[in-house]
Structures are given as structure tokens and as C-alpha cells.
Ligand binder design. Structure first.
Ligand SMILES: *Cc1c(COP(=O)(O)O)cnc(C)c1O
Length: 346
């Protein structure tokens, strides 16, 4: 029997809607979304489009669908999508780009999820009869499996310049774009500026139960809508979901700084525990390796789970702990104690 989870560090997807968010959802005016009539969904899309500096946006059930629809719009079968090897679109979407867009992935081995203009230059294929056509470059902000790392704006712009010189399309997986915005003080619209398509997740650190919003040009969003309809993503009274998104954009962005501070506190508390190697923290994620304890990641996380602390056994000996709005500093301090105890074999 597993004990109840008292400290949930598995992911920032585990948040529950706050009472104020639930109230906003309950009060939302609604109508038929797929006819374009849901006022709350329309308001959310307008708000996100404005924040990202794009002309149009569309609400989707998930970030995965946002990546997949974008790939399907941008690519023809046989085209290649270039991204970092750790990218969600490559390793965590059930091979969707091969199924829906008919596109293959050309992964780059970057530096903690980020690659440079020279890396991209080397990865872009010179088009011949033999090669797949390099079509899209994907940048993940923040880079999840790479450590929640931030792509610096200058690096984005340098990579974008190479992509544009070769006529490639730029797509941002902005699942946690606002974590980068809060940490750097750089506006979401500035990060998004070079991209043809960009989306944010509502159900990660922003604390909503469901949803993602994809933005781009009017023409891109029109094409995205056809794919949304095709694969069953069009909704009805989605204002219930959209209201949570509007609430989150108004109330849950600045507070991400607290998640980052908690992640730093967690990392500081874990550093120096015998047998652990803690990676640098950039935003709300703490990755640590437990090989030195003699346990593998699965055994380590099982023992933590027995103490009511849930983390993710991401690799063979690598674990991930994520801070979010349902985790406070007292829980962080308690989690450090449990992790120390498990590392010590007690
Ligand atoms: C979670 C995540 C996704 C997928 O979003 P869902 O809403 O869970 O489908 C895509 N990219 C990154 C970087 C993510 O962390």
C-alpha cells in the first residue's frame, strides 16, 4: 500500500484549480466554441494573442495537440523537423509527427536543451533528391527534460537568423514560456517575435485544469483550425476551460517567481547530501542524480513515495522535482528531510 501523497513534486501539471479559479469557471459566459461563439474562449484567445504579439490564437485541449497541429500545418510528408534531442515533440508525443504530419525529426545534441546557430547550420540539409527537406526548427522554452533551462533571447535570435536565411519555419513549444518571462523580465512578445507559431500551456505552472493556446498569423491559425476540427479538438462550451486560463493570466504569472525561489531552496537543501548530484536550477525544476546512493531512480522514488513525497524517476538514476502553486516552503523543507533520509538508506 502506498501512503497518500502529501508533497507533490512530480510535475507542475498536478495543481488543482484554486477556489477563485473554480469560481471564475463557474461564472463564465459560454456558447458554441467551434462556431466561434464562445465569448470567454474568444476573450482568452485575444488575450494570449496580445501577450504573444501575434494576430490570432486558438484554444486547444493540450500542448501536445498544439505541437502536432503546428507540425501538420508547417510540414508536408517527408519533411524534417529540427529540435533538441530532449524535446517533448521528439520523445514524448508518441511519434505523432510521423503519424499526422508525416514528418521526421532531426535531433540536435544541444547544451542542456539549447543549441546554437552553428549547430543549426550543420543540421540543416542541403536539398537534393536524396535528402528529406529541412522545414521547421522547434525551440522549447523552457527546455523541460534538459533541466527547465531558459533559452537566452540573443541565442533565440541567432538561431532564428540562421533558420530564416535557409527559409525554415520557426515554432516555439512555449509550454513554460511564462517561467522564462518571469525569470528574465523579458516580455513574452519579445521571446515570441521570431516565431511563425508559438503556444503556451495553461495546465502547467499556470495552474489550470486543462488547455493550451496556440498563436500565429491569421492564415496559420485558420489552417490550424482545420486540423483541430479534423482530429477532434474542436469544442462546445469551452468557456468553462477558457475562464480558468483568463484567471491564470491575470493572477498566476507573477507568482511563478515564488516557484523558482522554492526550486532554488530545494536545490540548495539537496546540495551536499552524500550520494546526490544536483543540477543547476534555472526555473521551477530540480533534477538530481542518485547513482552515488547505490539506488536507482525507481527505487529512490518508491522510498520517497512511501514517505508521502512524489517525484519523477525520469532516467535510470536521474529524478525530477517540480515546484508549483500547491507547494510551499514548509513542504520544501520537509521534502529535503525525506530525500536526505532516503539517500542515507534510512
Ligand atoms: C507538457 C509539455 C508538452 C505537452 O503539453 P500537454 O498539455 O501535456 O499535452 C509539450 N512540451 C513541453 C515542453 C511540455 O512540458
Amino acid at each position: 500500500m502506498t501512503s497518500p501523497i502529501r508533497i507533490e513534486l512530480y510535475s507542475d501539471t498536478q495543481t488543482r484549480p484554486t477556489p477563485a479559479m473554480r469560481q471564475a469557471m463557474a461564472d463564465a459566459p459560454v456558447a458554441d466554441e467551434q462556431r466561434g461563439e464562445d465569448p470567454t474562449t474568444n476573450a482568452l484567445c485575444a488575450l494570449v494573442a496580445e501577450r504573444l504579439g501575434k494576430p490570432a490564437a486558438v484554444l486547444l485541449p493540450s500542448g501536445t495537440m498544439a505541437n502536432q497541429i503546428s507540425a501538420a500545418v508547417h510540414c508536408r510528408p517527408g519533411d524534417e523537423i529540427i529540435c533538441d534531442r530532449t524535446a517533448h515533440i521528439y520523445g514524448s508525443e508518441a511519434g505523432g509527427t510521423a503519424v499526422l504530419a508525416g514528418a521526421l525529426i532531426g535531433p540536435i545534441d544541444g547544451d542542456r536543451g539549447r543549441f546554437g546557430p552553428d549547430d543549426l547550420e550543420r543540421a540543416i540539409r542541403r536539398t537534393t533528391r536524396y535528402t528529406p527537406k529541412s522545414r521547421v526548427v522547434v525551440i522549447e522554452q523552457t527546455a523541460n527534460l534538459a533541466g527547465g533551462t531558459i533559452w537566452p533571447l540573443e541565442q533565440i535570435e541567432a538561431v532564428a537568423a540562421v533558420a530564416q536565411r535557409h527559409g525554415l519555419v520557426l515554432h516555439m513549444d512555449g509550454a513554460r514560456l511564462f517561467n522564462a518571462v518571469v525569470e528574465t523580465g523579458i516580455g513574452a512578445d519579445r521571446f515570441a517575435a521570431p516565431f511563425d507559431s508559438v503556444w503556451i500551456d495553461l495546465s502547467k505552472g499556470l495552474g489550470c485544469p486543462v488547455g493550451a493556446v496556440l498563436a500565429g498569423s491569421e492564415g496559420f491559425i485558420q489552417a490550424a483550425w482545420q486540423w483541430k476540427q479534423r482530429i477532434g479538438g474542436a469544442m462546445r462550451q469551452s468557456g468553462i476551460i477558457a475562464a480558468a486560463g483568463v484567471h491564470a493570466l491575470e493572477h498566476h504569472i507573477a507568482r511563478l517567481a515564488g516557484d523558482h525561489a522554492n526550486a532554488q531552496a530545494l536545490a540548495a537543501g539537496l546540495t551536499g547530501i552524500s550520494g546526490l548530484v544536483v543540477e543547476p536550477v534555472a526555473t521551477n525544476m530540480v533534477f538530481f542524480d542518485v547513482a552515488g546512493t547505490g539506488l536507482d531512480a525507481a527505487a529512490f522514488s518508491d522510498r520517497l513515495m512511501a514517505r508521502g513525497v512524489r517525484v519523477w524517476a525520469q532516467g535510470t538514476t536521474r529524478l525530477r522535482a517540480v515546484t508549483h502553486l500547491d507547494v510551499d516552503r514548509v513542504m520544501i523543507d520537509e521534502a529535503i528531510g525525506h530525500i536526505r533520509a532516503v539517500a542515507a538508506g534510512t
